[in-house]
Each structure stands twice: as C-alpha cells, then as structure tokens.
Design a protein around this ligand. Structure first.
Ligand SMILES: N[C@@H](CCC(=O)N[C@@H](CS)C(=O)NCC(=O)O)C(=O)O
Length: 216
C-alpha cells in the first residue's frame, strides 16, 4: 500500500517530510488537511482519530500512523537507508540531529498557528506584533545556526559536510517560513546561500509548498 502523508501545503513540518520522501524516491499520496478552512480540518474528529495532537504531518504506512516530522524522517531513514539523511559516524549524526532539532524544537514551535493564534486572542497582538514575534524567534534561532553551519558545512552548499542531511531537510522549510513572514534574513548569508542551492535540487523543488496538490 502506498505511503499516505497527511499534509498541508504551507506546513513547514510537512514540507520536511515531503523533502525526505522525494529525496529517498518514495512515492506517496497526499491527504490534504486545510489548517484554516472551517476552523481547521486538523481539529475535526476524523483527523483527531488519526493524530490526537491535531497537527500535520502524520504518515500512514500500511495502516500504521506515525505523527511528528522528525520521527517520520528517522523511520524513513531506517526503512529506506539510501540515500542517507544521517550519514557518517555517531558524532556526525549527533551534530546533524542537533542542527535539525535547533530548527524543529527551538524555532518552529514558536511560529505555529495555534501559538500565534493564542498570542493574538489572549494578549491582543495585531498583525504587526505577530510579524515581530515571528521574526524575533526566527532571527534568534538563525543567529546561532549561522555560526554553527559556518563551521560545519563542508562546501557552503549543505548545512553539514557535503551531502544532503536531516539538517538541510529542516532548514529549507524554516527559511520558507522566514520569507513568508518577512523576517529579515540578511544577517544569515551562509544559511541563505545553502537554501538557494538546495531549493534548486529536484527533491526540494518537488516538496515546495507551491508544487503541492492542495496549494492555493
Ligand atoms: N513537532 C511537530 C510540529 C507539527 C506542527 O506544528 N504542525 C503545524 C503545521 S507546520 C500544525 O499542524 N499546526 C496546526 C495547529 O496549530 O492547529 C512536527 O514536527 O511534526
């Protein structure tokens, strides 16, 4: 049975999984969940039965559902090891995971729809304040990432070493978010250059939001 990805075209967490699937050459079916329409399809009973967290992505493989983008990427890495997203030694892989987690755990959650919705409804934040909030957390996270990637990139085209890794899978969607929310990224030239190289690659291009069947 084909892999099914519960996804929303603009979800940067789903974007990570789409990159991993395309990079590994794995066909999948998109099950679109619109995060805004009708109060959010991710909050409806049918989807909560799939993922009680009410978040996308979730991957279904032969009826087994895996929520959480990085758990999905690690599952794909274990079941389809080549091409590798976690290459090298245990130390290499720890460094790659730490770059990926800096995005997925420390930047992205503060950009999430339900978080900004709460800041808006409970603290009276308007659009300008939300944009400042977004830019603040992205720029703070990217500042540290820029320094680490300057040291760890082997070729200025990848976050770590000289091949695509889980760190790249996380960085590109976060850069998309930064642009979407008009955060100034000029202080992060290494990250910007790496993303423009990666975005031109077929797996990253096929995974981009605008290329998805549910794109608006
Ligand atoms: N840690 C989760 C984060 C998932 C997540 O935050 N997904 C967002 C879209 S990028 C979502 O579904 N938001 C819906 C909501 O907040 O109601 C993962 O990596 O999969």
């Amino acid at each position: 049975m084909a892999l099914q990805l519960y996804s929303f075209w603009r979800s940067s967490a789903a974007y990570r999984v789409r990159i991993a699937l395309h990079y590994k050459g794995l066909p999948f079916e998109t099950v679109a969940k619109h995060l805004v329409r009708d109060g959010g399809e991710q909050r409806k009973a049918d989807y909560l039965a799939v993922n009680p967290q009410g978040l996308v992505p979730a991957l279904a493989d032969d009826g087994h559902v895996i929520p959480q983008s990085l758990a999905i990427c690690e599952y794909l890495e274990e079941t389809h090891p080549e091409p590798r997203l976690l290459p090298g030694t245990a130390l290499d892989r720890a460094a790659i995971r730490s770059l990926a987690l800096a995005v997925a755990c420390d930047i992205h959650p503060l950009n999430n729809l339900s978080v900004t919705g709460y800041v808006r409804s409970q603290f009276g934040a308007d659009e300008a304040a939300i944009q400042r909030w977004m830019a603040h957390w992205i720029q703070r996270g990217f500042g540290a990432l820029e320094q680490r990637v300057q040291r760890l990139s082997g070729d200025g085209r990848h976050c770590y070493g000289s091949s695509v890794t889980l760190a790249d899978v996380c960085l590109v969607p976060q850069m998309y978010n930064a642009r979407r929310f008009k955060a100034d990224v000029s202080a992060f030239p290494t990250l910007v250059a790496i993303c423009s190289q990666l975005e031109a690659r077929p797996a990253f291009s096929a995974a981009r939001p605008e290329a998805q069947p549910d794109a608006e």
